[in-house]
Design a protein around this ligand. Structure first.
Ligand SMILES: Cc1cc2nc3c(=O)[nH]c(=O)nc-3n(C[C@H](O)[C@H](O)[C@H](O)COP(=O)(O)OP(=O)(O)OC[C@H]3O[C@@H](n4cnc5c(N)ncnc54)[C@H](O)[C@@H]3O)c2cc1C
Length: 424
């Protein structure tokens, strides 16, 4: 595994502060070793550092190199499969699960403030409806949130009100939620890593882990060093290739994003004057928002597993123009792809491989909020409070042997089936 630099994205081109961390050399010891410096690893590392543990985070490439530094930056409450988990559990646990739904958003909000992280954090998000059944589902979410005394402003909007806010007739209504929002995810991840380092965490970059010993006192190995730890946390998610058993727990699915050139004030006033994030309800969903420097960032999934920039630009541009035909003359400056870790039951996987070896992964495309909560739950578990960890750990991951080998046909089939479901 050769260490890599960030993928060519809008995010990488607009990093606020470059912090280079050294490569691991020689043998080190630590309380907790975390493999992977995306949101899962960094969030857990920061929580554990706040609790006073000696934490070491080891990253194959750069901080936020994976999905965390490439995503749509949409901070969406809830987590994939939360409704299923709520139904499965008794009333007390169902309430506990409800309370967790927006906790990740709060963690982001508090951290950005506490550690003064410059990451274009904005609040305000529209869940838009395309079909009548989507309106029903938004109404039911609204009622549910009212019932649980959701602390942020929410309102149901009709077609015209939605169009007034986001300058398109593509949607028949929406739910505006001021407790969701959007962020420059790579700058958030880099800022959180810096905060963990300031609290004493040791971070290594450009250091792919090539072997893990899971017995008694876990030990990890890179080409030029090793770390012995009391506890190990695997946070490589869809990029994790090391542990064979875990490789079968999640399906890595490619997702795609483009960013336009910065838009004029006139266009901004027309398409998104309030600077809200937008997401549709389809399985093969489309989402968009403005960046800090007023580009339109637009993302979706494609039945494609390459990373040809001109192909990605042209395919996503067509989809963007269906919503905003007036952007026809706007240049697309960036296109990139990243891997989402999708689980078979769509529920995130927080579990253990051995007594001192934990893992957290598989947020199924809904991870900006959930990784922040997962980091906290992993920190609780590692420090001995198992209640919330057990809610997830009790759901055995469904393994699909050989997913990484048959990824391409599996992905095509999945995209096709989900497209059909979206049409119904
Ligand atoms: C294109 C795209 C758009 C998305 N949009 C959204 C969105 O708008 N909202 C939302 O909520 N979610 C979104 N997601 C999902 C979200 O980004 C992820 O769920 C989340 O970032 C996962 O974080 P993570 O830390 O678990 O994994 P990652 O960020 O992928 O981090 C894993 C890290 O582990 C490292 N690693 C792996 N193996 C090793 C090894 N052997 N040694 C050392 N390091 C290793 C990798 O290099 C990588 O940096 C999107 C994802 C993608 C790809």
């Amino acid at each position: 595994m050769k260490p890599l630099q960030h993928t060519n994205s809008y995010y990488a081109a607009s990093i606020n502060e470059v912090n280079n961390y050294p490569e691991l050399k020689g043998h080190q010891t630590t309380d907790i070793c975390i493999i992977g410096a995306g949101f899962s690893g960094i969030s857990a590392g920061l929580h554990l550092s706040e609790l006073g543990y000696k934490v070491t985070i080891i990253e194959a490439n750069k901080i936020g190199w994976g999905a965390s530094g490439r995503n749509g930056g949409e901070i969406i409450g809830g987590f994939s499969g939360d409704d299923v988990m709520q139904k499965k559990n008794n009333t007390n646990d169902a309430d506990l699960i409800w309370d967790m739904r927006w906790e990740g958003n709060d963690i982001i909000r508090n951290r950005v403030k506490q550690y003064d992280i410059n990451c274009d954090l904005k609040w305000g998000y529209l869940d838009v409806a395309i079909k009548k059944r989507h309106i029903k589902s938004l109404e039911s979410s609204y009622e549910d949130m009212q019932k649980h005394q959701y602390p942020h402003d929410i309102s149901l909007l009709d077609k015209q009100e939605t169009s007034n806010l986001i300058g398109t007739d593509a949607y028949i209504g929406s739910l505006l939620n001021m407790g969701n929002g959007h962020v420059h995810s790579l700058n958030l991840c880099i800022g959180e890593a810096k905060a963990a380092a300031a609290l004493g965490a040791t971070i290594y970059e450009q250091s792919p882990v090539i072997k893990i010993d899971k017995e008694n006192k876990p030990k990890i190995h890179t080409a030029s060093g090793s770390i012995s730890a009391n506890t190990l946390l695997l946070a490589g998610n869809a990029y994790h290739q090391l542990d064979k058993k875990m490789r079968n727990f999640i399906i890595p699915v490619n997702s795609f994003v483009i960013a336009t050139e910065p838009l004029s004030d006139e266009i901004i006033q027309k398409i998104n004057p309030k600077d809200f994030a937008v997401c549709d309800p389809n399985y093969i969903l489309e989402y968009f928002r403005l960046t800090g420097d007023k580009r339109l960032l637009f993302g979706t999934r494609l039945n494609y597993d390459g990373n040809d920039e001109s192909y990605m630009k042209s395919e996503l541009r067509k989809k963007m123009l269906r919503i905003y035909p007036d952007l026809n003359n706007v240049k697309i400056d960036y296109a990139w792809t990243g891997k989402i870790g999708v689980t078979i039951n769509h529920i995130p996987q927080l579990g253990k491989l051995a007594p001192n070896v934990f893992y957290s992964q598989g947020y199924s495309g809904h991870g900006v909020n959930m990784t922040h909560l997962a980091g906290k739950i992993m920190a609780e578990a590692i420090s001995g409070t198992m209640k919330r960890f057990d809610l997830f750990n009790d759901i055995r991951p469904i393994a699909v042997p050989g997913t990484h080998l048959i990824q391409r046909p599996l992905l095509s089939l999945g995209v096709m089936l989900y497209k059909i479901r979206d049409l119904l």
